[in-house]
Design a protein around this ligand. Structure first.
Ligand code: GRG
Length: 289
């Protein structure tokens, strides 16, 4: 896992070159290069490895997905969205570079990412590269990531069109699971796997995404700034719709456990210590086993 994280960090730094006007590239690199868990690019690369593909062909895509993730964090922290002053243990992007540059840095990461997939992917047929860019645009856009954020903002204002449970699942399938789906689906596409495997891994990614969001919601209650690198207890204080606020801590833990067990059952069929390690880390932190 550590080797894959180091490889991703090295390639992120290499792909994103600073040039004139330096300020925008510095803002893009600031949040991108802060130490995140790199779960999405690692999952993309590990999917390729476990399906016997060549991870060098997946590096541009894995890094592009981390860029999209960084973009979503930068925009999510803006005063007009979640208004968070800290991210990855440091002041948020707009606190360092100002709001205008933070908006532009997010836009620039969002658009540079597919450019990277197109320019740097080697030894894959053009149809495969087109499929990867298609997946990227599908999951980044208004039918997934943006939809999740819109409904999240609406729900904070008390505007619910669906039931609270349906709203919460909609938000997190789109806001959180979408990028795990993107990462794993791209890994499967690069490995030229068949649709049965792709669909099974996609099912894993959806369940993992929901489990990860419940983990994130529970951590907002039980963790510290030092561990998470962002403001703690914000969801509770702002009356946000979360798995903990809707179901309570114990029920949220039970939901997490069911989802994570489903994830283990799928991963069991594949030979991946990295996926198991990720599941173990989340499970142990929440359930303490
Ligand atoms: C695509 C134009 C466009 C906008 C994006 C702002 C936004 C719309 C969406 C917000 C998505 C968001 C911030 C979801 C939260 C998902 C989540 C649980 C993030 C934390 O992920 P970790 O813990 O973070 O993997 P690190 O820092 O470790 O990478």
């Amino acid at each position: 896992m550590k080797n894959l994280i180091n490889l991703v960090d090295k390639k992120l730094d290499e792909y994103l070159q600073i040039t004139y006007p330096e300020e925008i590239f510095k803002a893009m690199k600031y949040t991108l290069m802060l130490p995140g868990k790199r779960l999405r690019p690692v999952m993309c690369l590990e999917t390729v490895r476990m399906l016997n593909g060549d991870i060098s062909k997946a590096l541009p895509t894995a890094c592009a997905i981390e860029m999209l993730h960084a973009q979503s964090l930068i925009h999510d922290d803006l005063p007009c969205m979640d208004n968070d002053d800290f991210r990855r243990g440091k002041p948020s992007n707009h606190k360092v570079f100002g709001e205008a540059n933070a908006v532009l840095a997010g836009d620039a990461l969002l658009t540079f990412a597919p450019q990277l997939i197109i320019e740097k992917t080697q030894e894959l047929p053009p149809e495969t590269v087109l499929k990867l860019v298609h997946e990227y645009t599908k999951f980044a856009g208004a039918y997934a990531l943006i939809a999740g954020q819109v409904v999240d903002i609406e729900s904070e204002g008390g505007k619910l069109t669906l039931s609270a449970k349906e709203t919460l699942d909609f938000i997190h399938l789109n806001k959180t699971a979408a990028l795990f789906r993107l990462a794993i689906r791209c890994g499967a596409i690069i490995s030229r796997t068949d649709d049965t495997v792709l669909n099974e891994l996609d099912k894993f990614a959806k369940k993992f995404g929901l489990a990860f969001q419940i983990y994130d919601d529970i951590m907002d209650e039980i963790s510290t700034f030092e561990e998470l690198g962002k403001t703690i207890g914000k969801d509770k204080n702002s009356g946000k719709l979360t798995y903990v606020s809707l179901y309570g801590l114990d029920e949220a833990k039970k939901k997490f456990e069911l989802l994570i067990n489903d994830c283990y059952a799928i991963v069991e069929k594949y030979n991946s210590t990295i996926f198991k390690d990720i599941l173990n880390k989340l499970r142990d932190r929440i359930l303490g086993v």
